[in-house]
Design a binder for this molecule. Structure first.
Ligand code: IMP
Length: 189
């Protein structure tokens, strides 16, 4: 099968198209820019911490729409196996920028059980930032196991496996420009 045929055979439906995504990300960037309007660029400026790999597309779009000065850094966590997670999160690559006394915004692709975001909040709180908030593109509230605050949220979605816009299944489909629901038989086979 050709690549495009294989992709369209695996996708059940498009949940969020490119226009809906762009509109929402623009609004989120506006909200965040307003909230951090008084933060100055420099050592105590706003630091966006993107969670690799899933958040790289969202972070790139969001950051380019911010009108406040900011730095960008990344952190990588252990990969996720649906059904096998027991809340154990492992740090694969740490961020480089020191966040002490700086305003930190964690940028995540999706919150599912909540364990990853909770781990990130605990990890960064221990580093004593001036403030700590989270910005998450998607949330699946039905799947939550731990209550974790999300300060800026793109969309709530149902309990389906989604791909595209940075999100993957087995490292595939990440660069699709839309959010698509994967066919159940693909991720449950
Ligand atoms: P949590 O710790 O269960 O909240 O899971 C968060 C991580 O699981 C995300 O950062 C994603 O890497 C992954 N994840 C959860 N649901 C999906 C999905 O539907 N598609 C792709 N990745 C997902």
């Amino acid at each position: 099968m050709r690549e495009e045929e294989e992709i369209s055979a695996a996708i059940d439906r498009v949940l969020l198209g490119e226009d809906a995504i762009a509109e929402r990300v623009g609004k989120m960037a506006g909200e965040i820019s307003a909230a951090y309007a008084n933060v100055e660029y420099g050592d105590d400026g706003l630091v966006l911490i993107g969670v690799l790999k899933g958040a790289f597309v969202f972070l790139a779009d969001l950051a380019r729409r911010l009108t406040v000065p900011h730095h960008v850094d990344f952190i990588a966590l252990s990969s996720y196996n649906r059904g096998e997670t027991k809340g154990e999160v492992r740090l694969i690559m740490d961020s480089r920028i020191s966040v002490a006394d700086r305003h930190v915004l964690i940028v995540e692709d999706i919150v599912d059980t909540g364990y990853t975001l909770d781990y990130l909040r605990r990890t960064f709180t221990a580093r004593e930032p001036a403030s700590l908030r989270s910005c998450v593109f998607l949330s699946k509230p039905e799947r939550r196991r731990i209550d974790v605050p999300i300060d800026y949220l793109g969309f709530e979605i149902p309990d389906v496996w989604v791909v595209g816009y940075g999100l993957d299944y087995g490292d595939r489909y990440r660069t699709l420009p839309y959010i698509g629901a994967l066919k159940q038989e693909v991720y449950e086979s």
